[in-house]
Design a protein around this ligand. Structure first.
Ligand code: ATP
Ligand code: MG
Length: 304
């Protein structure tokens, strides 16, 4: 069983992860998830939340060590969100204790000419994690049901044969993504998805900080402002995406993102929960290997 000595942390992680986990999208409504939720914790509980994050990060590193040693499972963490929801910070904090050798992060921006010369999953498939590794997608193939849906002109630029683009295109994409993730999970690559759910008002505050603070100016982007104008379309697209692609094998976590300290705890908790569900263990060493080790130890002790 995974890290018995950390059973309490794993148990506590479950209490922070479960309320935000969607495994069956059919009844999902975004309005049931409050971006400002903190499970009763107040701003003065922040230091405790930070401590919880620190112990969570330690357990996560231990679980990753087992994942790497066992070399059977892979874990893909997909992050999606509106701009300034805190994807980068969540990834940085939560993965801070993890061995970089077993972790890969890829960011997906607008597709290149080479990307557009292929099917839309192509560029993501090339970045899937190896067994034993944690892969992180900062944005992903889900953009194909978000930005591309909100701006249909992107779809016409995709060089897909026009006869294949019908009004069923979004349902078809959802079906293909569900099948793709099921295929991965049947191969031992577990896909877990995060939607960092920030409110429109909190986004405004964060954009203003980017505009006002010189050290944050570099993050300010006019195109982020333009996308903010499509807020309601994005919310609808996110809701429909989660309704259609949350499954027991590949859940969505709808993470309240108005308080960064809380969203990081939830993301860490969800990663711990996902890893602990894999029942990881260090590979067992057989009798022959044990004898070899004993022999080597004897030789080492006898040597100068
Ligand atoms: P930040 O939070 O720092 O703004 P970011 O993830 O938004 O980070 P940007 O470089 O600002 O990174 O933006 C990447 C942009 O690429 C996003 O607006 C996203 O919607 C867009 N994008 C990603 N995938 C696709 C796609 N398949 N088609 C069109 N646009 C895409
Ligand atoms: Mg951006």
């Amino acid at each position: 069983m995974a890290a018995i000595k950390n059973k309490d942390v794993v148990k506590r992680a479950r209490t922070f992860a479960k309320p935000f986990c969607v495994t069956d999208g059919k009844k999902f409504k975004l309005k049931d998830f409050d971006p400002n939720e903190t499970m009763g914790l107040e701003a003065e509980d922040k230091p405790r939340a930070k401590e919880a994050l620190t112990s969570g990060v330690k357990v996560l590193a231990e679980l990753q060590d087992m994942l790497y040693a066992q070399d059977n499972w892979g874990l893909l963490l997909v992050f999606q969100a509106m701009d300034a929801a805190g994807k980068d910070g969540a990834i940085k904090h939560v993965m801070s204790g993890v061995n970089p050798q077993g972790c890969q992060v890829f960011s997906f921006k607008g597709p290149s000419a080479e990307d557009l010369d292929h099917d839309y999953l192509w560029r993501c498939i090339r970045c899937l994690p190896n067994r034993g590794n944690i892969g992180i997608f900062n944005r992903s193939y889900y953009e194909e049901t978000l930005v591309v849906r909100v701006h249909p002109e992107y779809l016409s630029r995709q060089k897909v044969p026009p006869s294949l683009i019908t009004k069923r295109v979004w349902d078809e994409r959802f079906e293909d993504i569900r099948c793709f993730e099921r295929y991965l999970s049947r191969n031992g690559i577990k896909v877990v998805k995060f939607f960092l759910n920030v409110s429109k008002n909190e986004q405004k505050k964060r954009f203003l900080l980017r505009a006002e603070r010189p050290e944050k100016n570099w993050k300010f982007s006019a195109s982020d402002m333009a996308e903010r104008g499509f807020w309601n379309d994005y919310q609808k697209a996110y809701e429909d995406m989660i309704r259609n692609t949350a499954t027991p094998e590949s859940p969505w976590y709808v993470v309240p993102a108005d308080n960064k300290w809380f969203s990081r705890v939830v993301v860490a908790a969800a990663v711990i929960e996902s890893l602990s569900e894999l029942n990881l263990a260090y590979p067992k060493v057989d009798a022959k290997k044990l004898a070899e080790i004993a022999e080597a130890k004897k030789a080492l002790l006898a040597s100068k």
